[in-house]
Design a protein around this ligand. Structure first.
Ligand SMILES: [Zn+2]
Length: 149
């Protein structure tokens, strides 16, 4: 939808004449004038897109040149991050395997800890078990509420 060059409001194509009319300021524009303007606008957008694309490609090339220059002047100097990354890439499977084992060990440890907690809780409960059921009833419920974890 074309817009008025004067007030940027929507333009309406008149059915009676090959002219556009602004719905706000009522100014009339020839169809050719507006179409030329629209064409230019589209071309400007396309130009911007082409420019952006070329700029990106240019940046990629510059980065590659920078990398090559760095390599040329510094030899194959690597940062600790590069070494870590390289080590990871080379030993990916080993590291994954170690991680898996570590997780499994951790889970085992976790389970053992939970078992221990449960056993302790059971023993605690045993302590509360009275030899006489009557006594058990006399214990107020709030005194046992901490067991409801
Ligand atoms: Zn207008």
């Amino acid at each position: 939808m074309p817009h008025c060059p004067k007030c940027s409001y929507k333009l309406i194509l008149l059915s009676s004449r090959p002219k556009y009319k602004c719905a706000l300021c009522s100014k009339l524009y020839s169809k050719k004038e507006i179409e030329f303007q629209e064409f230019n606008k589209r071309r400007r957008i396309e130009d911007i897109e082409v420019y952006e694309k070329e700029r990106k490609e240019h940046l990629v090339i510059i980065n590659e040149i920078k990398k090559s220059l760095k390599l040329l002047f510094n030899g194959f100097s690597k940062t600790p991050k590069d070494y870590r990354k390289e080590y990871y890439e080379k030993n990916k499977e080993k590291i994954k395997q170690l991680n898996r084992e570590w997780r499994l060990r951790n889970r085992e440890y976790d389970l053992k800890r939970k078992q221990k907690t449960l056993a302790l809780q059971y023993l605690e409960n045993e302590d509360f078990k009275p030899s006489n059921e009557e006594i058990f009833r006399s214990v107020p419920t709030f005194a046992l509420s901490y067991l409801l974890k």
